[in-house]
Design a protein. Structure first.
Length: 135
């Protein structure tokens, strides 16, 4: 939404201030606007939040442009392990044109499909910390 001031409102994101105690408060929020000083943010369709955008489209064509416009850099990083799983599980050859078509179809589903957005409680392995063994 472009405001009368010429700024584009991107949404509301939690304030990352932890108050010095290591506990982040998600009750505090701030409005984020895209300006000349903040052009590198995108409302990520995969993560469901505002995040840094990719520096350029990941590849040419309409899908690459759509990913550039709607997926953040952290959201795009989630595709890489998924792609590796697909290649290894199905013994795909990435140099094969048919494989590239299949991977782009899977990529589109991964980013924009019906259940594409990650769950709010999802954490990266770094955020989750070491795995706990069940006793």
């Amino acid at each position: 939404m472009t405001l009368s001031s010429g700024l584009t409102w991107l949404g509301v994101v939690p304030d990352d201030n932890d108050g010095g105690d290591g506990n982040r408060s998600t009750s505090q929020q701030e409005d984020i606007y895209m300006t000349d000083t903040n052009p590198g943010m995108v409302m990520c369709a995969k993560l469901g939040r505002l995040a840094p955008r990719l520096e350029k489209p990941p590849f040419p064509g309409p899908l690459g442009q759509r990913i550039f416009e709607e997926i953040s850099a952290p959201g795009y990083e989630l595709w890489k392990p998924q792609m590796t799983i697909l290649i290894n599980h199905y013994a795909l050859n990435p140099a094969d044109p048919e494989t590239r078509v299949l991977l782009r179809q899977q990529m589109e589903e991964f980013f924009f499909g019906e259940n594409a957005q990650v769950d709010e409680t999802w954490e990266t392995p770094e955020q989750a910390g070491p795995a706990q063994r069940k006793k």
